[in-house]
Structure formats: C-alpha cells, structure tokens
Write a protein that binds this ligand. Sequence first.
Ligand code: AMP
Length: 566
Amino acid sequence: MILGIDLGTTNSVCAVFKDGKSQLIPNRFGDYMTPSVVSFEKDGKIHIGQSAKTRAALYPKETVKAFKRYMGSDKTYKFHGQLYTPVELSSLIIKHLVEDAENFLGEKITEVIISVPAYFNNIQRSATKQAAELAGLKVDKLINEPTAAAIAYGLQDKPEYTDFMIVDLGGGTFDVSIMEYFDGVLEVKASGGDNFLGGEDFTNTLIELYLTKARIRSKQLNQKAKQKLYYSIEQYKREISTNRPLVIEPFLEVKADKVEITFDEYKQACEKLLQKISKPIERCLRDSGLEPAEIDEIILVGGASRMGFIKTMVTRMFKKIPRTDIDPDLTIAVGAAIQAGLKAKDKDLGDIVLTDVSPYTLGTGVVNDNDVYNSQGLLFDPIIERNTTVPASRVKTYITVRNNQKQVQMEIYQGESRLVKNNIKLGEITVNVPKAKAGQEMVELRFSYDINGLLDVDAHVPSTGEAKQITINNAPGELSEAEIQASKDKLAKLKVHPREDEKIAELIMRAESIYENSLEQDRAAITNALSQFEAVLERQDPKEIERVAKDFNDFLADFETNGWFD
Ligand code: AMP
C-alpha cells in the first residue's frame, strides 16, 4: 500500500487511499498531526513526534524542530557528540509515521508519496527522497504541496483550463502558489512566500499586546514563565473572535492586571503581519501574469489560515470567497493519498514543477549599528532572495566602517534569519582597500547563482580596480552507497522508544513539565499522582497500565486547561 505523507515543517500528517477515498491515519496518540520534532537523550534513546515535542519543554537543547527549512543544505545538528543532517532527522520522522500507519492499517507500507513545497529545487527534492530511502522506503513520487491541496479539492475533475491559488499559512512558514490545470497536467506558474512567517508571529503579537495591557515587562519573566505565557496565549489566539473580547485573568507568577482584548485591537496589532502576507500574494500574482479576476479558485491551507481575517483579506483582494471546507491542517495529506489512488487507477496527474528558483536567500553580513553591546553579531543582508528565478546575478555595494581600514572581509551566508548567526556560512572573500575615512571606500559584491547550485561571488573595489572571485558549490550532492550505509548504521544505533512505552514516557514528561510550571498544592497533587502512576507501571500489567494511563492523562489535561489557562 502507498502511504501519502505531508512532511511538514511543524507537523506531519499521513493518509492512504482506501475503499475509494482518502483515509487519514491517527498516530499512536490518536491524533492526525504528528509534530516534526526529534529529541535525543544522552544514552542514545530518542523521542520522535508528540513525545519529542513534550520533551522540548524540559530539554530544549536536546530537541530539534523545523529542520525542513534546511533540507538540501549541508547544515548539521549536534546532539551528544553525534552530528545529524536534516535528511537523517526527516528519515526518523518518516519511519515513525510509517510505523504508526502500519500499526493502524495492519499492513506493510513499502512505498510512499511525499509532498514538498512547490519552490523546492532538485537538490531539496532529492534530499527528501533520500530521507525516505534511509527509512527503507521506495518513493513512488514527490508531489507539490499546492498540487496535493488542489487534488484534495477535486480540481482534477474540472473540464476546462482552471487557474487557482493556494495560500498556505502554517506555524512558521507561508507559501503561496498559483497553478494552472488542464488535461491532466498541473503546472506551477508562480510561487512565493516567506520562510519565516506564520501562526507563531501572530501568537507573538498577541503576547506583546497582552504584556503591554497587563503591565508586565518581559524582563520579569524567567524561561519557564515565558514558555507558559506562549502556551497559554497560543490557546487564547485560537479563541479570539468578533463576538466577545478575550478576558485574561493574571496567570503568571508576577503582578499583573486583568486584561480585556477586543478582536479589533488584536487585528490592528496584526496589521504589519497582514501586509507581510499580502505582499507575496501580490507578487506571485504579478509573476503569474494573471489578473485577480482570472483566478478561478482560491484554497486556504495551514492551521493559521483559520484566523478569520486571513479569509477576509483574501476575499477582499480577489472578490472571491476562498475554499476552506477541508481541515486546513490535513488538506495536503488528503491530496497526497488521493494521488496514490489516482495512480492505482492509472489516472496519475502530471505535475509540472517550478524548480528554476533559488531555494534559499543568499547574502552577506553587515554591522548592526543598533546593537550597541554587539550581542547579536552581524545582520544578514540578502543579495539574492529566496525564490528568485535562476540563473540570477545581483550586485550590492558596501562601504568601509572604520577609518583607515585596510581590508574588507565579506562573509557569505545562506538562510532566512535576520541574524547571520542563525544562517549557514558558505564562505568568505577578502579584498584590500586604500586607506581612507570610514565610509569613503567601497566594495561591490556580486552574487551569481545558477540552477546547479553553483554560487559565484565577485568582490570588486572600484577605486583600485582590484577584483577577487570565489565559487561555492552549494549542492551537497547525492550520497554515495557507502554514505547511505553509514547513515543507516548511525540511525540504527539510536534506540527508539517502543510504541506503548512512548505514550507512557510522554505522560511522565508532561507531568514533569506541569510540575515545573506549578506551585505548592498543585505540585503536591502532581507528585502524588505521578508516584501512584509509577507504582502501577512497576506491576507491569498492560491492561491496568492502559486504564490508569487514561485516568492520568485526564488528570493532566485538567491541569492544563484549569490550572494553566484560566
Ligand atoms: P497547527 O494547526 O497546530 O499546525 O498550527 C499551525 C499554526 O496555526 C499555529 O501557529 C497555530 O497557532 C495556528 N492555528 C491553528 N488553529 C488555529 C485557530 N483556530 N486560530 C488561529 N490560529 C490557529
């Protein structure tokens, strides 16, 4: 059986085509969404998915998420002395999903269809394939995420040319694509977005609004309190509506006012974010060469597209109500599974991919004048933006920052963060400049990027004519047989928690996390319940454990809702 997988930045979802329809698959916790998170214990034990996300609250430094952003790059993550690539981490997620699917279906999965963003280039696509192969699976095909969303909405059944737009606002990424369908072929006409914009930014905006109104300074909050703040406000964000204002009683261990936040206040605070969303939509439309009225259908995808004002904004821009009838978190997985079904009936849809774009932003580091204490390091200054059509060549000019500066050293980075320390350093280039006052000498830095992932960097000093050039091969290349085997051996050494154990481990970690966030009586209650639960575990009776685990889960859920959010 072919499993359709939406391998997401924040969450992953899978589904199969069964009995003539797409069927979503619940994971071991009974949820359709499995967090794309991996957490490493010291002794080689790992947690994947929900338990890794829970563990992140206790051990953030041992936990990794959002690695999809770096697929196809040579970024590595280090845990307990061992390096892991985004491909290896993704393979752990895929394996975990497949294990849950096999358990649910009672059937072996040998093939998968995995969704990838439309703007993924060949390097990122082959990295995704490698991840599945490392997990011992055959990749039947990769499907563009917007294509999968379109299929979920049945656009393949349209009789004539159809142009449509998919707006995908997830937790931390925003993708917009315009596609055209005709006669069995879906073509990506334009794609755009922002790799660092999503629901999290709206949560952060609501947090700021809350702190200002409650008269709390963020300096007053320790790490744990900040975590509780984030968790609680995220929930409030989901509740906010035009009907009645949010009323938030003090819930942190600092002096705070009771706060009321109306929908309009929140919306106003989000104005900048909404503009950041509308820009890529407009640009994508321009790139596609279509007029707003020519877009036949608009589909909203991603959890954060549930926010009412996103729908309103899109409706205003296009004078058309976007479709939202399928759960926006599950749409892509539903589509991937339908694709598997179409394939079985030999009605496979052709998928024309837009790969001639730069997958990452490429740029250099510049001094941050506002960073008086130099705590943040250099600011990232983009030269070739993500999603620029390649081949592309762009030049920017930089001036000297010190009097009598002899050399200018430019560092070259790839990534989407404002700060270079969060991006990947690709190399550096140094040129000599004549002595002069700060700001009087300059260097022209030209980046030329081609479809094979080769980046040429030229630095030129106009006043002397000095020029230097370096070429950076940005494609990590295919793994050799020996490298694949080495990766498999490394991953095989990791001890994955058995399915049942993992639920128990997750409950215990949740209890510990709640304990850390509680005080006195609550702590006593949690300690008491946890010891009773552990006593049952000692007796090793699976039936009894199952029953008690359910009660313990309800007990913790009560704390999470009553203790934390009210
Ligand atoms: P999830 O749907 O859990 O993957 O979350 C992705 C993003 O969507 C997160 O930033 C959530 O806060 C956001 N989100 C999910 N549901 C809602 C909702 N009902 N209202 C507002 N934001 C939401």
